[in-house]
Ligand binder design. Structure first.
Ligand code: ZN
Length: 323
């Protein structure tokens, strides 16, 4: 599936089999000199086929294309090595480049999840099968760093990089001020809510995410091109909805903690999730992992606001309501 959203700006639907996200939106700006591909798909055959078919249909040649990646998740970055030729510039943010190049696997995250009450063995088994591990890029091409405010041009489109930490620490959107278009990656989505996870006591990704929403709300935007699902017209209304969603989640977490001190895993098991399972125990492990990461991001936010207290011993980290 490919459509011309704006003159010479195409949306290619790259399928994500077995994923509730359904597909990735890859955007391609076609130009006779250098085309630009924004986000790629997983490193798997279905994605490569869809990408190659789409590019052929719109007449874009990989030998004359550059690639911009909004963030390091495998559904956006995974296919990059398969698309890169000797002349490809691959643009990426500095924090994510550093993270990818120093990546040593899920070990540290699994240990941290264990400290937060997550059964480590279950998680290790699930992550081996997870698309993030199974369909990641097998090698990493040279990455050209773009910083906040840097320009990237393709055809008639003059994009400005807008760093939007939250969904990931180096997440970057592209903004075209004359055409009032925002390529949003997973910063703003509709029908689904971007996942804000935290896997470190030193970080506060929800705080970053909420200020990144404000940063983008201040831009003049007529059309948002998100990384998944349908296009968004009223970006300010959607941003308000996302902010309200997190305000309600924060309230919910506080209400849960009034029952007693508990781990993030326990908090996650008591939060409401939009999933076809009646009981927490029936959740697939991957969903429990996402949910626990979300719970931690809300707990860390509340901790920095002084509303909850983190209590750490050698075995477990627990959170307590501050009266
Ligand atoms: Zn994504």
């Amino acid at each position: 599936m490919c459509e011309e959203v704006l003159p010479n700006l195409f949306r290619l639907e790259i399928p994500l089999p077995e994923s509730p996200l359904k597909y990735l939106n890859s955007y391609v700006i076609r130009d006779s000199e250098r085309s630009l591909i924004i986000d790629t798909g997983l490193n798997r055959k279905e994605c490569l086929d869809a990408m190659q078919t789409g590019l052929r249909k719109i007449g874009v040649d990989l030998d004359k294309s550059d690639i911009f990646i909004t963030h390091l998740h495998a559904d956006h970055f995974g296919l990059v090595a398969k698309l890169t030729t000797d002349s490809t510039n691959v643009y990426f943010s500095r924090p994510e480049k550093e993270l990818l190049e120093s990546w040593e696997g899920f070990g540290a995250m699994i240990k941290y999840a264990g400290k937060n009450g997550f059964p480590e063995n279950e998680l290790r088994a699930a992550l081996d099968k997870h698309p993030a591990a199974k369909y990641a890029a097998e090698w990493i091409p040279e990455l050209k760093v773009l910083e906040d405010g840097d320009q990237i041009q393709a055809g008639d489109y003059h994009f400005k990089c807008v760093t939007t930490p939250g969904h990931t620490m180096g997440h970057t959107c592209l903004y075209e001020p004359d055409k009032k278009v925002l390529v949003a990656g997973d910063h703003i989505l509709i029908d689904i809510t971007p996942n804000i996870q935290c896997w470190s006591d030193e970080q506060n990704p929800l705080m970053h995410y909420l200020s990144s929403l404000d940063k983008v709300a201040g831009l003049q935007v007529d059309l948002v091109l998100p990384g998944h699902r349908r296009l968004i017209m009223d970006h300010q209304a959607r941003i308000e909805e996302l902010k309200n969603h997190h305000a309600l989640r924060l309230e919910e977490v506080l209400t849960i903690l009034r029952r007693g001190t508990m781990t993030a895993f326990q908090v996650a098991s008591l939060m409401t999730w939009d999933l076809n399972c009646d009981h927490w125990n029936d959740f697939p492990v991957a969903q429990k992992w996402f949910a626990t990461g979300e719970a931690i991001s809300h707990l860390r936010f509340l901790e920095d606001e002084g509303k909850v207290r983190r209590e750490v011993d050698d075995k477990l980290t627990k959170y307590a309501f501050v009266y």
